[in-house]
Design a protein around this ligand. Sequence first.
Ligand SMILES: [Cu+2]
Length: 480
Amino acid sequence: MSIPIGPAGGAGPRPAPKKPVGGDKDVEWASWVLVGLAIATVVTLAVLASSGFGSTGQATTQASTSSGQAVTDGDTVTQQVSIEGMLFAPNTVEIPAGSTLVLEITNNDSQNHDLALNGINTGLISPGDTVTQDFGVFDESTAGWCTVAGHKAMGMTFDVTVTGATDTVTAGGTNTAAVDVPGAGARSVDHEGFTPVDPVLAPAPAPTGTVHEYDWNITEEVRQIAPGHEQVVWLFDGQAPGPTLRGKLGDTFRITLHNKGTMSHSIDFHAGEVNPDTNMAQIPVGESLTYEFVADRYGVWMYHCATAPMSLHIANGMFGAVIIDPPADSADVLSDVDEEYLLVASEMFLGEREVGADAQRVNDRDYDLTAFNFYPNQYDLAPIEHKVGDTVRVWLMNVGPDQSLSFHVVGEVFDTVFSEGRYLIRDAGTRGTGSQAVDVSVAQGAFVELTFNAPGSYAFVNHQMTDAEKGQHGFFTVTD
Ligand SMILES: [Cu+2]
């Protein structure tokens, strides 16, 4: 696989570099910037060296791109374009009206891309490949873009400016109209086609050192994700959230992923301390990858697709949790409880049935609804039932992509809160105190423990209230 190359400078007006692919790799980002600076230098030198020289030996003019080597031969303009991360470089070319444009496009990124322009699509270009495409005659300025999901919203556009034309077209801001969003009333009554996600968390298998092996298909399928609303979602093993991995400290997890979707996908387990370049590599359509890690740290850990734009892959359902128990002989050992649950918090972006979440709206953080376990208000529709005196542990994972979770249970106080590697409080009721809400930022995990002392309907919410009203809301129903 080729080494990803970051946004190069020196290519004229460019979108601001966005933090690219790679699963929380700030170090890699820094290296991308350095690579970009190096490329900018090389490109600048190349442009200087080539000024005034054409490849055909006849009189040529350089089209007024700010880098690259557009060559005009008769009525045909030929331009070399490099795909670098989520950008075309250069991302604009200026040609005389009536000219034919040919682009020689080299994909220097690690995932597939294409370019749709002037009614013509290159088809997917694999990493490392070069495609020469005749895009026909241009009479007016035209915008093109990569049609792979989310790439346009990440800035992967290409503008052709026709000299003499008065109109200028740019590829930005074509928001898909938001679909109808179910009102709170619709979300709080029973309706067809709804099957709640079982929130009960199964215990870890008994022996420490277990090797957990999984084969997951990655698929893109239409599912009902809100009352009366179906759309394509992207799934690990046919479900969102993906399967919960539960084990003990020292267990081995070996997950083989088969990409049966229509685009590259990948996976990043936050519980794994592994080489990202190989384990989080892009998985081309039709191919497989095995990610193996040893659970050396306990707690609750996110996993997600690490294919850019990650916001879109997460918004479309590609996330889950890994839960590792503390050792039985340690001070941190889990207390005995009557039941354990897992709630995975996320925003929901309603989109067209065959498209799913709209990349531009995800980019704009313009979410419609929120959810625990990827369906708004599902535990209002199917409350979690308990008896007076029961103690429960609720594991929390916030996958975002962007909003925080302030988890609160109405009428209850948490006796125990564990967050990101340590107990914040433990059995605090015995000391006459407790916790009213736990803050779970995106990609963080926590658990709370509470005891139901009286019958009633105990709402659990994101106490960022408008997010509770959008769907992060459910009930424990407690009876004598
Ligand atoms: Cu993905």
